[in-house]
Design a protein around this ligand. Structure first.
Ligand code: EPZ
Length: 427
């Protein structure tokens, strides 16, 4: 149970290099099962969700070799089971991607029912709709989700709701189905395109990823492939907000500017000054933070994963901002922690009314999920004084070397281990 100790009130200056995209990595790693051969995956972020995915692959019989800090060689030739160990599934939500890749290669797969988390219910009905449309049967019992079907036959699938996970899982399951699969009302995030590009590297025929319609022509067999994962747009956005809220000047390197367009546009409206280069953006904030209204939407709308971050920035804006969460039912739980810092936010369901205040006060806080935890770090960096953030394991699921990267930008942040509470120490 570690925590961060943060001495805020210092402008961040310098350079930060963005790591590989978490939400691409946790899909591409399970997808290697489809190869039945050797893949080399580069630019993997060193985060616990990636470690969990690798542990699952290894437990299932894949041969995994680290070629360097961010590059893994994964040989799934000898994957010898179609059941993902329950105790490993619970470590991260994205274990449901193993359903799609196991079904696509072996005609069956079983994983633990993915947990909900602090964002509200996280159903998988659209994933199951994709699998059953391809001819598989599904069963959900004893907390396990199983799908089975062979051969799978291509189908025309129109999703009832835009879902990143279901779009990815439908691609994974259909790459070796018989005939053509057409997916409509799909997610278009950069990591969807990344997964499609990786599948094509392994011999699949996936076209249209990133548009409203994805077409997958089934192939007989897949093979290994080498691939480098795109940079993480949300990690980049996090450091962009940290630069803006502290009134600093930061060069955010190893990014794809197009992936940041919805984030950059909103930050500029809020008073940030953003200079764009080929693979970097420089963020500063010469004047006041301005109030803006935000609604999170599927890509190319403003990303839901940036909602906690932009809300923290708007806590210090001149005026009132309205933040509407268009994707998840309950993604404002972190606001209670911001109230401890003197933020003036009123939440009603999916809408938060943010009244700008003159400053945030340091406070002891607790991270509840990945992006909420990152938002508390950013808030603490802006507050004059020392804050503590507990349960930082949530943050380290998706942010590589956050302490080192922030210290390099001049932040006063350190990680301390807090011994687990024991009765003997309770009194
Ligand atoms: C992915 O979650 C990301 N996780 C999330 O990032 C991200 O917030 C989310 O996409 C939206 O961009 C990974 O990629 C591992 P969805 P996912 O399916 O796939 C509803 C982070 O911080 N829905 O796009 O689970 C769902 O309830 C994490 O990195 C159904 O109704 O999200 C939600 O309201 C947090 N039925 C909406 O769709 C389904 O079968 C979008 O969810 C699936 C989803």
């Amino acid at each position: 149970m570690d925590k961060f100790i943060i001495g805020g009130g210092r402008p961040l200056t310098g350079e930060v290099t963005i790591s590989g995209a978490k939400n691409a990595a946790v899909a591409i790693l399970p997808a290697t099962i489809l190869a039945g051969g050797k893949c080399v995956i580069e630019n993997l972020p060193d985060i616990s969700d990636v470690a969990a995915s690798v542990r699952i692959l290894h437990e299932m019989g894949a041969a995994v070799r680290m070629l360097d800090r961010t590059t893994l060689e994964i040989d799934t030739t000898r994957v010898d089971t179609t059941v993902v160990p329950d105790h490993l599934c619970r470590q991260m939500r994205a274990s449901y991607y193993f359903l799609g890749s196991l079904l696509g290669r072996f005609g069956e797969g079983t994983v633990s029912m993915p947990g909900g988390c602090d964002l509200g219910p996280r159903p998988i009905d659209q994933h199951l709709k994709a699998f059953t449309s391809l001819g598989a049967t599904d069963s959900v019992e004893y907390g396990m989700v199983s799908v089975k079907g062979e051969p799978l036959v291509g189908a025309h699938i129109f999703f009832d709701t835009v879902s990143v996970g279901a779009t990815v899982n439908a691609m994974l399951a259909s790459v070796m189905a018989e005939g053509m699969t057409v997916l409509e009302n799909v997610a278009k995030e950069p990591h969807i395109v990344d997964v499609a590009n990786f599948l094509n590297t392994m011999g699949a025929d996936v076209r249209g990823a990133g548009t409203d319609v994805i077409k997958i022509r089934g192939v007989e067999k897949m093979h290994g492939g080498d691939y480098s994962i795109i940079p993480d747009q949300i990690e980049a956005g996090t450091y962009m907000v940290a630069a803006a809220i502290t009134g600093g000047n930061v060069l955010v390197k190893n990014i794809i500017p197009k992936h940041l367009e919805p984030i950059s546009a909103k930050l500029e409206r809020a008073g940030a000054f953003i200079e764009e280069y080929d693979e970097a953006v420089r963020v500063s904030r010469p004047g006041p933070i301005m109030s803006v209204n935000v609604k999170t939407m599927p890509h190319p709308g403003f990303p839901t994963d940036m909602q906690p971050l932009i809300t923290v920035l708007l806590c210090l804006a001149e005026g009132t901002s309205i933040v509407t969460e268009g994707i998840f039912e309950n993604r404002f739980r972190y606001v209670e922690e911001l109230h401890r810092m003197g933020a003036n936010i009123q939440v009603d369901g999916r809408v938060a009314v943010v009244e700008g205040v003159g400053g945030l006060q340091p406070a002891p806080m607790r991270a509840s999920d990945l992006r909420a935890g990152a938002a508390l770090v950013v808030a603490a960096l802006a507050a004059d004084g020392t804050s503590e953030i507990d349960e930082i394991e949530h943050i380290e699921r998706g942010y590589e070397c956050m302490v080192e990267k922030l210290v390099a930008l001049g932040a006063d942040i350190r990680r301390v281990s807090r011994p687990a509470e024991t009765r003997a120490k309770a009194f």
